[in-house]
Design a protein. Structure first.
Length: 316
C-alpha cells in the first residue's frame, strides 16, 4: 500500500494542532478508502514553549500513524521542514502548516495529479490574500515578482510550502546539505515536473501567526541572496555609476572655475554629496556582507537542527 508522509512544522501551535489533527485524519480516511493509500503524520516541534509537544505525544500514544521530532530549541521552520523530510518514510511526502491555511482537501487533487497525470510534484499557490493586511499583501507580491525574475528557480507568486512530492524529488531535496535554506527556492531549483494548484487564501484556524513584518523581510532577504547573485551585480553597477557621476562633476567644476571664473560652491552641497556617497557605499558593503555572512555560516558546517526527543510509531 503506497504511503503518504505529512510533515507538520510546529512552533507554539497548541491551539491549532487539535484542529489540524482532526482535519487531516478525516482526509486520510477519505483517501484511504478512495485510493488505498496509507498515511503517517510527522509533527516537528520547533522548540515550542507551550503544550504543543505534550499534545503531539498524546496523539502518538493512541495513533500509530503519528510520529514526532522535538528540537532542543527553536531552529526555524526551514530546519523543521528539513528534519521532517529526512524522517519521512512515505512514497509521497507533503509539507503542511498546522494552522489549516493549507487545505487538506487539496491532497486528493495533488495525489491524482501525480499518479494519473505523470507529475513529480503538485504544489499549492494562493490566488487571493483575503484577510491579510494590504501592506503585507503588496510587499509579498512585490517579493515574488522580484525573485521570480532574478532567481534561478521556479517560484510562483503566492507559492506555499504545501505540496505533494514523489520520493525522487524528496531525495534530491535532502541531498542539498546547505545550512542557509530557502525551501521555496530549493523546491524550484531541483526541477522535476511540477503542477501548480490554485486555491483561495484561508485564514488561520487558531493561534497567532509567528511571522512579523520584520521576520518576513529577513526571510525575503534570505531568499534573494540564496538563489540569486543579482544584488552583487546591482552593487557593482551602482559603484560604476557613482564613479561616472563623480568624474562628470569634476569636469563641470573645473570648467566653471577655469573658463567662467565661477567660484566653487560652499560646504552644504559638499556635505550632502558626502552623505549620499557614504550611504551608497554602506548599502553596497551591506549587500556583500549578506553573502559573506552566508558563506561564514556554511563553512562552520553546523547541523541545521539538534533533536532532543523522538517518538511515535515504535519510538520512545
Amino acid at each position: 500500500m503506497p504511503k503518504i508522509s505529512i510533515i507538520v512544522p510546529c512552533f507554539n501551535e497548541a491551539e491549532a494542532v487539535p484542529y489540524f489533527y482532526g482535519a487531516i485524519t478525516k482526509q486520510s480516511d477519505i483517501m484511504r478508502e478512495k485510493y488505498g493509500v496509507d498515511f503517517e503524520y510527522i509533527f516537528v516541534d520547533d522548540g515550542s514553549k507551550d503544550d504543543t509537544l505534550s499534545i503531539v505525544r498524546e496523539y502518538a500514544a493512541k495513533d500509530g500513524r503519528v510520529r514526532y521530532v522535538s528540537f532542543s530549541r527553536n531552529f526555524g521552520k526551514e530546519a523543521a521542514m528539513l528534519a521532517g523530510l529526512e524522517s519521512a518514510r512515505g512514497d509521497y511526502v507533503s509539507v503542511m502548516d498546522a494552522d489549516l491555511q493549507d487545505p487538506p482537501e487539496l491532497l486528493c487533487e495533488m495525489y491524482e495529479t501525480i499518479v494519473n497525470e505523470g507529475y513529480d510534484c503538485a504544489a499549492a499557490r494562493r490566488v487571493t490574500r483575503k484577510g491579510e493586511p494590504k501592506l503585507r499583501s503588496f510587499l509579498s507580491r512585490l517579493f515574488y515578482s522580484l525573485i521570480g525574475k532574478i532567481a534561478n528557480a521556479d517560484i510562483a507568486d503566492g507559492a506555499r510550502d504545501y505540496r505533494l512530492m514523489t520520493r525522487k524529488v524528496i531525495d534530491a531535496i535532502i541531498s542539498m546539505k546547505e545550512y542557509n535554506r530557502f525551501s521555496k527556492g530549493i523546491f524550484g531549483w531541483v526541477g522535476f515536473k511540477t503542477k501548480w494548484i490554485e486555491f483561495e487564501n484561508a485564514e488561520r484556524i487558531a493561534g497567532e501567526t509567528k511571522w512579523s513584518m520584520w521576520k518576513l523581510f529577513l526571510y525575503s532577504v534570505d531568499g534573494i541572496t540564496s538563489f540569486s547573485t543579482m544584488p552583487l551585480a546591482v552593487a557593482s553597477v551602482i559603484g560604476m555609476l557613482m564613479c561616472v557621476i563623480a568624474f562628470v562633476m569634476i569636469l563641470v567644476i573645473i570648467a566653471k572655475t577655469v573658463i567662467w571664473g565661477d567660484p566653487v560652491a560652499g560646504y552644504p552641497s559638499l556635505v550632502c554629496i558626502i552623505f549620499f556617497v557614504a550611504g551608497v557605499q554602506t548599502f553596497c558593503v551591506g549587500i556583500v556582507g549578506q553573502y559573506l555572512a552566508k558563506t561564514y555560516m556554511e563553512v562552520k558546517n553546523r547541523p541545521a537542527y539538534i533533536i532532543k526527543e523522538e517518538g511515535g510509531a515504535g519510538k520512545e
